[in-house]
Design a protein around this ligand. Structure first.
Ligand code: NAD
Length: 429
């Protein structure tokens, strides 16, 4: 078996193709990225030495509009990973009916090993290297793992310096003061929350009777844990890269978030005002978290977390993929035979790119929306597309993942075929 993440990602496409009627043109196009760029970024380090970092940007498909996708800073970043993430973005934008194609970028590094000034020089250097590959009507980067609003602000600023004009719409996920959208910071989790709420009500499940475990306590994971606990779900376990905590009675997520912000770790604490105390809990590994007997499991860290090796340990009834690609295609098959409902990344975490789209619209119109307006529009889109995918899954008796690909493929096919297909050109010969 190939170890390529992209080869594995492509299997989802092959499966969905059985349920759609698309032109050969569309299918051929979707097998290959439109353009891939690999760059070397020289950075002057604080100790005076020069270090070269490897960076990537892949624009996978722009049939439906300029391409859109985050930039990841992580030691595992590779061209294969960036290409897979760009592939998923193509389908995600189509699922949400956004006028965008898919892209992704990344730099191979351990961001925790760099000072803030080194990170700024690296981020500006990355934009210097890819400036001709991006643009508000070409390709629009955004945050992903270990990149944040300040980094997006540096990137927008650097692009504006190069082009000699302020260009807020070139990057989304910026600080509010630099043209960012209200609600972008919580958008991924908020979108996932709307999908979870829609599906749980279809399943007749009450929050108070539903236990949840969340892997990854970053931008997406910590906020989804908090949103769910606020409306009564019992979040019993959370984890980060160092490991996790489990408390059968449920965890106090706001206190844990406050602790994480001040100390960078996670701790099972309960705070009243400024007085915090440790509560009864078990320290668990990430593997143990994935195997907990909970109703809902939310992988919100990185890809390839549930694989053929550990899938048989999974006991959750519902998995909502907040991370991109946390389940391999082989593990997916096994989960299906076990009757586990898997709600796919290209739907569940699409709230982030949806509010990025709203940010781009606001930047281009110069008219800025209230938080209520952003969240209202986000809810409308997430609920509408979740219901459509559910209906496709029911009608064709297929998984929610395959249904989401079918939904996206129909939209991608329509856009591609509007330009003419073999049948069109040969019809009057
Ligand atoms: P982040 O950097 O804010 O957080 C990542 C979290 O995962 C951190 O808490 C980190 O400690 C933890 N982590 C890293 N390795 C881990 C491991 N092996 N086991 C458990 N935890 C681990 O990143 P994020 O923005 O929250 O992104 C998380 C996932 O969500 C990624 O797959 C990303 O592609 C996806 N996503 C994010 C957004 C967004 O807008 N932030 C949008 C769509 C998808």
């Amino acid at each position: 078996m190939s170890n390529s993440l992209f080869a594995d990602a492509s299997k989802r496409l092959e499966k969905a193709l059985k349920y759609v009627s698309l032109s050969e043109d569309t299918i051929e196009h979707l097998k290959y990225p439109k353009a891939s760029l690999a760059v070397s970024i020289p950075v002057r380090m604080d100790d005076g030495s020069l270090k070269i970092f490897q960076g990537y940007r892949v624009r996978y498909d722009d049939t439906r509009g300029p391409t859109k996708g985050g930039v990841r800073y992580h030691p595992n970043v590779s061209l294969d990973e960036v290409q897979s993430l760009a592939f998923w973005m193509t389908f995600k934008c189509a699922v949400l009916n956004l006028p965008f194609g898919g892209a992704k970028g990344g730099i191979t590094l351990n961001p925790k090993a760099l000072s803030k000034m080194e990170l700024e020089r690296l981020s500006r250097g990355y934009v210097d290297a890819i400036a001709d590959f991006i643009g508000p009507d070409i390709d629009i980067p955004a945050p992903d793992v270990y990149t944040n609003p300040m980094i997006m602000g540096w990137m927008m600023d650097q692009y504006s310096i190069i082009k000699r004009k302020i260009t807020p719409a070139v990057v989304t996920g910026k600080p509010i003061a630099m043209g960012g959208s209200l609600g972008r910071d919580t958008a991924t989790a908020m979108g996932a929350f709307f999908t979870i709420e829609s599906m749980m009500s279809k399943m007749d499940r009450l929050p108070s009777e539903t236990t949840v475990a969340v892997q990854g306590f970053g931008n997406a994971g910590a906020i989804i844990a908090e949103l769910l606990s606020k409306v009564g779900y019992k979040v019993v376990a959370v984890s980060d890269s160092q490991g996790g905590i489990y408390a059968k009675k449920g965890l106090d997520i706001p206190s844990i978030r406050r602790y994480k912000t001040s100390s960078r770790g996670i701790q099972a604490i309960y705070c009243e005002e400024s007085v915090c105390s440790i509560v009864e809990h078990e320290v668990i590994t990430n593997e143990q978290l994935l195997a907990l007997d909970v109703d809902i499991l939310i992988p919100a860290a990185l890809e390839n977390q549930i694989t053929e090796e550990n899938v048989n340990n999974v006991k959750a009834k519902y998995i909502f993929e907040v991370a991109n690609g946390p389940i391999t295609s082989a593990a997916d098959e096994i989960l299906a035979t076990k009757g586990v409902y898997v709600f796919p990344d290209i739907l569940v975490n699409a709230g982030g790119v949806t509010v990025s789209y709203f940010e781009w619209v606001q930047n281009r119109s110069g008219l800025y929306w209230t938080l209520e307006e952003v969240n209202h529009r986000l809810k409308q889109k997430m609920v509408e597309e979740t219901n459509r995918i559910w209906a496709i899954a029911e009608e064709l008796a297929i998984s929610m993942r395959t249904a989401a690909y079918v939904h996206a493929l129909n939209r991608l096919g329509e856009a591609r075929e509007a330009k003419g297909t073999r049948d069109y050109y040969l019809s009057d010969r």
